[in-house]
Design a protein around this ligand. Sequence first.
Ligand code: UGA
Length: 448
Amino acid sequence: MELESIKHITVVGLGYVGFVTSLCLASRGYRVTGVDKIAAVVEGANNAKIPFFEPGLDDLLKNALANNLFFATTEYSEAIQTSDLIFITVGTPTDPEGAIDLTYIKQAVQEIGTNLDDRFRIVIVKSTVVPGTTDSVILPILEKQSGLKAGVDFGLCMNPEFLKEGSAVNDFLHPDRTIIGSLDPFSADILEQFFKSFDSPIFKTNLRTAEMIKYANNSFLAMKVSFINEIANICRLIEGIDVKDVAYGIGLDYRINPHFLRAGAGFGGSCFPKDLKELISFAKTRNYSPLMLEATLQLNEFQAQIMIDMAISIIGSLTQKKIAILGLSFKPDTSDMREAASVRIINKLLKLKPRQITAYDPVAIPEARKIFGEKIIYCNSAEECLKNTDICFLVTEWDEFKDFTPSFFKERMKTPIIIDGRKIYDVETFSEETTILQIGYKPLNQRE
Ligand code: UGA
């Protein structure tokens, strides 16, 4: 196999990573076949429909379909047989105990193995899997189903993804690094050449190290967020220190850097909480209790309670109060509510028996309905959400909320009390017309 001979690529698993991988590779001129066992996803993809929102992806799909560079199918046989590279991008959720669930990846690998033949191809694991999975679970299935030898008759690599929701297309096309874990040096060299045009540093290593890099990466970023949240909670114990300024100050140290130091309501999404739980569970199966990772998760849970305690400190009790929630998605520019801070906060609030909870989010209301059903009231605008309420929790920092003035709240709410969980408002300005409490900052002489 040579780089020039790579024309057909198969991507197994049309979830978030699978769609982005398929369509970004198609935009580079490769013929990509996406395989998924859910017929509705496949049919939708062939009709230019993506089952989630991600900027830039719709256009890539339309172009790929128009240029005959992308096709989705539920059938493995033809997709695998015609392909030169096979990326595995199926989900690896956590089971109820927090351990990784390999059901989907095992099923996919079984199908791939059955359809391999003696033409050399490279199978590349992109799904996040705990260290040792590729060589001790995936490899034996591939060899058994195909009767072929890994590293000789087919290549096996692990290439973790570092895509952020909301900027995934850009992250794929302009990565800050590419990690290639491999069983055999030949496949690693081919992939290195393949990824060279993406113009990022490439690090070649073994399979297990590549798998661990993904978990360590997300754990470190989550730990950074929990770290600054802890500093934020300490800042509020003394008047006059804004954690934003503390973060700026420490971020100037090149060993720390300014990123992922925004204190707030806590991290969410499908990745940080999941990957932390899986790494903790993995370490425990080997009799090690990872203190720092566990504290990172605990602190994240705690941020929801901190916001509620701040509210209680100002309003007394939340029982029978009318509460507004601004922002539901786990971060702006996505409708994803998996493990969102809003879910932790609303669940805690519901236990306090408020008179009502109204919620508004520019895109996540349909997701919220699936989680909370009739327990909360969904609004079409922030205005409607705030109307006549006693207190407002700002949970997701959507751009449209940033322009709101103090009078915007004052004119609509019964009592303009704001718990700013994302630090988007200027506390001094807002304090003139509202009562605002903010994560990580208590100005001099603030009354609570
Ligand atoms: C994360 C990683 O950033 C990606 O590199 C990785 O590929 C991805 O997980 C994955 O494993 O697939 P993502 O979950 O899309 O990406 O979101 P992030 O932008 O990393 O944000 C995660 C959470 O941390 C959000 O809830 C965000 O609000 C929160 N956060 C982030 C903070 O609270 N403060 C910060 O300073 C940064």
